[in-house]
Design a protein around this ligand. Sequence first.
Ligand SMILES: C[S@@+](CC[C@H](N)C(=O)[O-])C[C@H]1O[C@@H](n2cnc3c(N)ncnc32)[C@H](O)[C@@H]1O
Length: 261
Amino acid sequence: MEFEKIYNENCLITMGNMPDNYIDFVITSPPYDDIRNYNGYQFEFEKIVQELFRVLKPGGIIIWVVADATINGSETGTSFRQALYFKEIGFRLHDTMIYYKNNPMPQTGNRYHQHFEYMFAFSKGNPKTFNPITESTKYHGLANMKNRGQEGSLNYQKTERTKEKKVGNVFSYSIGGGISTKDKIAYKHPAIFPEKLVADQINTWTNENDLVYDPFIGSGTTAKIAHILKRNWIGSEISKDYVEIAVQRLKQYTANNLFST
Ligand SMILES: C[S@@+](CC[C@H](N)C(=O)[O-])C[C@H]1O[C@@H](n2cnc3c(N)ncnc32)[C@H](O)[C@@H]1O
């Protein structure tokens, strides 16, 4: 298959043309709970997840960003049901991470503001790549650390504490016009990823030249960031209108022809 292309088709067709164990990493946000009507397209969740399992390399990771709609006064629970289905067909639920929105749409009524979406990391076996994002530790250098001996006595031991530590699994991003991306055209799509979210996840789970796939690529955020980070990429998007937005957006970053029909 050709890389650096958005295939204007159902992702089941794109994956149908892929051999087994082909993709290193998937990051995507599927259409969920009909929260938005993406030009009327439906998606066949179970078939898609089965295909993702087939085309992902052993050790590959899928980042699946989802939330629930609230219907008849109740959250649907779709996110949980989807996560359990991934497990049922053989994925590991490697990490339930949170995409925290610093500035969500305010909610009326008797619920707190909806600040987050799930960012499930599903793996096919043990993840083959993990380049953790780190942050500085407040205290580092040699310190007297306490531990208890078997008989209950307190012992002190000189221990070296590191300058950097892994970040936690709640990732906060500010979102909205001019923040999620500087590419104005992307906002013609109703549900774009913040670019930083995609960059953080690609950097964590892949290395340069790995193959990244987004089966619901929308405005092309995954393509742009994968390209900038020197990863190969393929995308699928069923809506011609959104493919056109993505192609316009990506023109400035890559000279290739970005979609095929
Ligand atoms: C949540 S949006 C993704 C937005 C994307 N993350 C971005 O940054 O622009 C989901 C996309 O999936 C597309 N879609 C829905 N069903 C599809 C299918 N079966 N195959 C490919 N794309 C599909 C919709 O048209 C929509 O653009």
